[in-house]
Design a protein around this ligand. Structure first.
Ligand SMILES: Nc1nc2c(ncn2[C@@H]2O[C@H](COP(=O)(O)OP(=O)(O)OP(=O)(O)O)[C@@H](O)[C@H]2O)c(=O)[nH]1
Length: 412
């Protein structure tokens, strides 16, 4: 893994973790809201049930106390009674019971509920702005309404359920304008959002910690993979450079003689099996000693490199090879016939001459030139591959002795 890939994967991983964190937090918020509204709805249903119980009994009597004075809005003949022992009792109808329970709940848990309507009998039952919105929604046909809203600057999950007139309610709501099934108001239940926020913040903390841990584990795994890959790469590079040292000539970066020998042996066997010709070229730089002597060894090395670079351009096929044979000698092996190898040799000769690399001490040209000896054989069982080398060498000798800067073919 490269450093850029490591960075890319790390960023991708962190993005995934970030996304997972975001969606889980959002999900938890929704879940928290759902819990709040469900809790509020349950409260509402419970109150409605208690009201039904109360209305079913036509109200219940309780002793008159400071906290439980007679209800001035209740116009029934037996609102206040005195027992045979002189105890004063007053009738508690569903509305009064709801109010008393609301006061108790508010001081106990902070949860508020409020019985209200668009036309309340009791002024304290007047709807606030949010409740008015909910009651108007009931007029449009909705049965419940829920929203996150403020009361006195404090945030609440607010739920309101519609109160529907039932037969038992007609004992008190007995005017001609009332009939069973009418929505005559609602009870709003408000749960402080702080109670859910506390639960959410604990969950958020857990999510943060678990995501940080997973992110760190993932990053560590990536780091380990990166580190292992780096180690492997280093080993591979080392192994490759060892291999290169063994088979490459360090000056010209051409394959060396050891590689060349192994290559020729392999090609020789193949050509023997398939009966096709194998050709060889021995190449020698003309008057290279004089070049060295006049310009120095450093320039000599540079000249060898330039000649190698020029020659190498003509060897792209997998069956052909050029190598540094030693000193200022290069050799070529190619799976082709004598005509083709002569053409190639001539191309190589021209290419070096065309470099126009000045040679102040050459007796045949003002530039660096090469002599080439070419040989071709169709391998057979009774011929050694060394014969091909000897023939090429012989041809090179002929090229040297017939004037240099030329190609000579082995003539047998
Ligand atoms: N700079 C440099 N010179 C080298 C290297 N290997 C061999 N030589 C030199 O190549 C020269 C070869 O000289 P000779 O074998 O006499 O051949 P020549 O001078 O080219 O003469 P002909 O081949 O007859 O044209 C020697 O002076 C070697 O020192 C090398 O790696 N770098």
């Amino acid at each position: 893994m490269k450093a850029t890939s490591f960075l890319l994967f790390s960023m991708l991983w962190l993005m995934l973790i970030g996304l997972s964190f975001y969606y889980q937090v959002e999900d938890d918020k929704k879940y928290g809201q759902k819990i709040a509204y469900t809790q509020a709805e349950m409260f509402f249903r419970h109150i409605v049930l208690m009201r039904q119980w109360n209305a079913g009994h036509g109200g219940v009597y309780a002793p008159v106390t400071e906290q439980n004075p007679p209800n001035p809005y209740l116009n029934t003949p037996d609102r206040d009674v005195t027992t045979s022992t002189g105890q004063k009792l007053t009738l508690i109808n569903p509305a009064l019971m709801t109010r008393q329970l609301a006061d108790m709940e508010k001081s106990h848990s902070g949860i508020r509920f409020h019985i209200t309507s668009l036309t309340p009998i009791r002024p304290e039952n007047k709807a606030d702005a949010w409740e008015t919105k909910a009651l108007q929604a009931f007029v449009q046909g909705r049965q419940s309404y829920e929203e996150l809203s403020d009361i006195g600057g404090q945030s609440f999950y607010r739920y309101m359920g519609a109160l529907v007139l039932e037969p038992s309610c007609l004992k008190c709501h007995n005017g001609p304008e009332h009939k069973v099934g009418d929505v005559r108001g609602g009870i709003s239940v408000s749960i402080p959002s702080s109670s859910i926020d506390d639960f959410l913040s604990v969950r958020l903390q857990w999510l943060q910690q678990s995501h940080l841990l997973i992110a760190a584990i993932g990053l560590m795994a990536l780091l380990v993979a990166y580190w292992a890959q780096e180690r492997l790469n280093k080993r591979l590079t080392k192994a490759r450079s060892h291999l290169q040292l063994a088979y490459l000539d360090s000056l010209t970066l051409l394959p060396n003689r050891r590689y060349y020998d192994a290559f020729v042996r392999r090609e020789w066997k193949r050509a023997t099996r398939h009966h096709y010709p194998l050709s060889m070229i021995m190449i020698d730089i003309d008057f290279f000693k004089a070049y060295n002597d006049s310009l120095g060894h450093v320039e000599g090395d540079q000249c060898l490199r330039q000649v190698a670079r020029t020659l190498r351009r003509y060897f792209r096929r997998s069956g052909d090879l050029i190598a540094r044979y030693g000193g200022e000698e290069f050799c070529v092996v190619a799976a082709c016939d004598s005509l083709q190898i002569m053409q190639l040799a001539e191309i190589l000769r021209t290419a070096v001459e065309s470099m126009k690399l000045p040679h102040p001490e050459s007796k045949i040209s003002q530039y660096v030139t090469i002599s080439l000896g070419v040989a071709t054989l169709i391998p057979r069982e009774n011929i050694e591959f060394g014969d091909l080398l000897l023939h090429a060498d012989r041809a090179l000798y002929d090229a040297k002795h017939s004037g240099r800067n030329r190609v000579e073919k082995y003539r047998g």
